[in-house]
Design a protein around this ligand. Structure first.
Ligand code: HEC
Length: 159
């Protein structure tokens, strides 16, 4: 029968993964391992960054309501209108339930190498309560497609 083997495949590919690390160390005070990014977003270490003024409807399937935060590196780069953002650019997107108040999880992009292309970003997305089955990786295949519509993979304008 086909179905059980498909399910088995999905279990192997989609099940909780152990912590992964692209081996790029600390960039702009962010430990870029999966575990490091999880700790960073759960602790809200981005909360003093430039933020969109309020939670709004998403244009993407990231949960229904979102709010994006920009670190100072990408803020400066977006202000300068750069086509390519510098290493250390970090964006965080808070993902909310329909009520726009209950935080479900986080997405984070961090620029980890100079120049253009999907390989210059680590993409991360994780959900509470455990953040145990996260998207994580350089040029993550689930993420780079839509984001290639943006300017160097950034799709949100500065608030
Ligand atoms: C179907 C298209 C689509 C996919 C797939 C997608 N995104 Fe997004 N993403 C968007 C759009 C559109 C926005 C702009 C904000 C909004 O409307 O939610 C966005 C915003 C973001 C932001 C805020 C910074 C920015 O670029 O605007 C982050 C961080 C982010 N996404 C991470 C991810 C990660 C990580 C993945 C993969 C797990 C992913 N995205 C997959 C469409 C997508």
């Amino acid at each position: 029968m086909r179905l059980p083997s498909l399910l088995l495949l999905c279990f192997a590919a989609c099940g909780p993964s152990s912590s992964v690390d692209e081996g790029l160390g600390v960039i702009q005070e962010l430990d870029t391992s999966e575990q490091g990014i999880t700790a960073f977003v759960r602790a809200g270490q981005y909360s003093a960054w430039l933020a969109e003024p309020s939670v709004h409807e998403t244009r993407a399937p990231h949960g229904s309501k979102v709010r994006v935060f920009f670190n100072d590196v990408v803020e400066r780069s977006l202000r300068d209108g750069n086509a390519i953002h510098p290493v250390g650019s970090i964006l965080v997107k808070e993902l909310f339930e329909d009520d726009g108040k209950t935080l479900r999880g986080h997405a984070l992009d961090v620029k980890i190498a100079e120049g253009p292309g999907k390989d210059t970003w680590i993409f991360y997305e994780g959900f509470g309560p455990d953040y145990s089955n996260n998207y994580y990786g350089r040029a993550h295949s689930t993420c780079h497609g839509c984001h290639s519509d943006g300017k160097d993979y950034v799709t949100s304008p500065l608030p």
